[in-house]
Design a protein around this ligand. Structure first.
Ligand code: F3S
Length: 385
């Protein structure tokens, strides 16, 4: 059956109440975006599950939807506002109960049982070339640019509708001709570390709204590409970038070292940190293993909070888990460090991070100063025997 016929039947109520509502949502988007119909998806990732963002109205709506809706493709959900599987007295009982009710509604509909902003680390991994419906800008940019999947920057509602129906409107990043760079940023110098890659994302987001190609980042590590993707998703509207494009694809714009240094200064505050927050986006197995190696047998000298993708954490050896726990760091799963207002809850006014995205949201939503530093430097300064 064609996608269009399936959606038509869904609109008539032939696939149930939930499919009918989902079809109305997708048809409205299809019309507004002048899509060329619909395309089948192999995965969905839904944002907007944080009680801080959707409140009681969102909770009640999800409870109602979950009575009738079931996901038809592998579906993961974004981090939330309070722990849902571990007990943690930092968060109020009422907040945890409401957040857990939201989580339970998604689980009832068939979502995977962990909240993460890096589903591609193992929980929900589409194959290169597949079309998906993902919300969460950092994952969308990383997915299109690094994994080679096809997704628009969806909102929570459109990703939810697509998860139910298994289709998404065919426009934007689903169409090959729209994925070509309009400008090429050329770096003639080597950059390393999440802070510099975050600054590159800041520069691109401020420089243009168009999709860019980037030359000179062929040796970027996976964690650096995550940092770049999260930063572009934060500071710009682009759902992707192109790594090492062909030079004849677009106008080339050189990026000088002093421009990148200036970008770094725009995303880092000079303030004595009271705590360290790492894991925006959530830490992968590779990143946590590296951290375990760096802190083994030592301790952080200020309170430290690590936000880890649960699937990735399960890849660690017992010895690595113990090394991390013995460092004094507090480990969090499922909770977004940025949109759970955690630094505020603990009463911090200055924190240390390596994330340009964490800088933006923590600074602007909570008015907290954020200093950026790469992990190696943080360990060097704040981990002691
Ligand atoms: Fe993930 Fe929250 Fe940062 S969803 S990318 S940890 S703002």
């Amino acid at each position: 059956m064609s996608a269009e016929k399936y959606i038509d039947d869904a609109l008539k109520g032939e696939h149930g109440e939930a499919a009918m509502i989902a079809a109305k949502v997708l048809v409205a988007i299809e019309k507004a975006s002048r899509s060329k119909g619909f395309i089948k998806i192999s995965s969905a990732h839904i944002s907007g599950i944080n009680y801080h963002n959707i409140g009681d109205a969102g909770l009640e709506l999800l409870k109602d939807i979950s009575k009738v809706a079931r996901f038809s493709v592998p579906t993961s959900i974004n981090p939330c506002g309070a722990p849902v599987l571990e007990t943690d007295k930092t968060f109020s009982k009422e907040l945890v109960e409401k957040q857990k009710a939201i989580y339970d509604a998604f689980i009832k509909m068939g979502a995977k049982n962990s909240c993460t902003c890096v589903p591609y680390e193992g929980l929900n991994v589409p194959k290169r070339g597949e079309h998906v419906s993902w919300a969460e800008s950092s994952a969308v940019v990383y997915g299109n640019s690094v994994l080679g999947i096809y997704t628009n920057k969806e909102g929570g509602l459109s990703a939810l509708a697509s998860a139910i129906l298994g289709f998404t409107p065919y426009y934007g990043m689903h169409v090959d001709e729209n994925r070509k760079p309009k400008k090429i940023i050329q770096l003639h110098f080597q950059i390393n570390g999440n802070v510099k890659y975050g600054a590159l994302g800041y520069f691109i987001g401020k420089f243009t709204k168009d999709i860019v190609g980037i030359m000179g980042i062929a040796s970027a590590k996976k964690g650096e590409l995550k940092a770049l993707s999260a930063s572009i998703g934060t500071y710009g509207p682009q759902p992707m970038f192109v790594i090492e494009p062909r030079v004849d694809e677009a106008e080339i714009v050189p990026l000088e070292k002093n421009q990148l240094d200036e970008a770094v200064s725009k995303i880092s505050d000079e303030a004595e940190p009271q705590a360290i927050v790492l894991g925006c986006p959530f830490l992968s197995a590779e990143e946590v293993k590296k951290l375990a190696d760096l802190v083994r047998g030592k301790r952080f000298d200020i309170p430290t909070y690590l936000f880890i993708d649960r699937t990735s954490f399960n890849e660690l050896s017992q010895e690595e888990k113990e090394a991390l726990q013995a460092s004094g760091a507090k480990l969090y799963f499922d909770v977004c460090p940025t949109l759970s207002y955690l630094p505020e809850t603990f009463g911090y006014t200055n924190v240390l991070s390596n994330s340009a995205k964490h800088y933006f949201y923590t600074k602007h939503q909570s008015n907290i100063k954020v200093k950026l530093m790469d992990v190696e430097e943080i360990v060097d300064k704040h981990v002691k025997k």
